[in-house]
Design a binder for this molecule. Sequence first.
Ligand SMILES: [Zn+2]
Length: 282
Amino acid sequence: MKRKLIVLPELPTVDAFRRYLIKENLIGNRIISVDVSWPRSIMLPQKDLFFAMVKGSYIISIHRRGKWLFIELDKGTLGIHLRMTGSLFVIGSSDQPVPYARTNFDLEGDRKLVLSDPRKFAKLWFGTETTEILSSLGPEPLNDSLEPNEGFRFDEFSKHFVNRNILVKTLLLDQRVVAGIGNIYADEILLHCGLSPFVKTTELKEARIISIYEGIVNVLGEAIKELDILLGKGVLPTGNQESKKHFKLPRFKGAQCQICGSKVSWIKLNGRGTYYCGSCQK
Ligand SMILES: [Zn+2]
């Protein structure tokens, strides 16, 4: 069976993988060995040191920051960034091998955590201090109850609209403004707010900036809930149709806006493929 390559993991998807790994009882497990078939995926440290530090480590906790997934080990933190086409699978020795497996973490109990990545853009990182890779990351939009995170403050968020005159979508994609939004959810947030992708930051009054702020929380929160329901049914967000069902702007030619039924439009904006509904978004 041909496998869809496009995953484009953003905050809700990475969070679904985090919950999947917790559900698979990875916490408390030991990583017996690591096999990386694409060594360029290791950002830091140098690969021999990476293997030495990860091998034999116990998994203490698993968390997410922006689009980064962090597996806290007893010797430090293992960071995984799925980038464009990365997915994670936990399999047993009798399971079918995972296609495009680039990294295998062999676990105790005859299981392994597999990083599958057709396009090989995913990154691995190991260190004791995550601040060095997170220093340019803005606030996390949601807390665990899917409410606005304390650090994601409207007054701080609205300042970006005054200080910079750029497309609103470009602002949403800036990880320093808010962490975790990528191309797909930026389009979904603009549709949710009824805002045209051609609108620039300085053109907006406060009421619309409030609606964008709330839209970020609502759209990402709803996506997390949808992916969680799928996870309960054993469906991972690996680019399959089910994990895209909640998109109000289906991302293919001739698709209909799921709010009004109009045909969805597509344009390249600042180099990013942008879907929008000309009827809903003004
Ligand atoms: Zn519409």
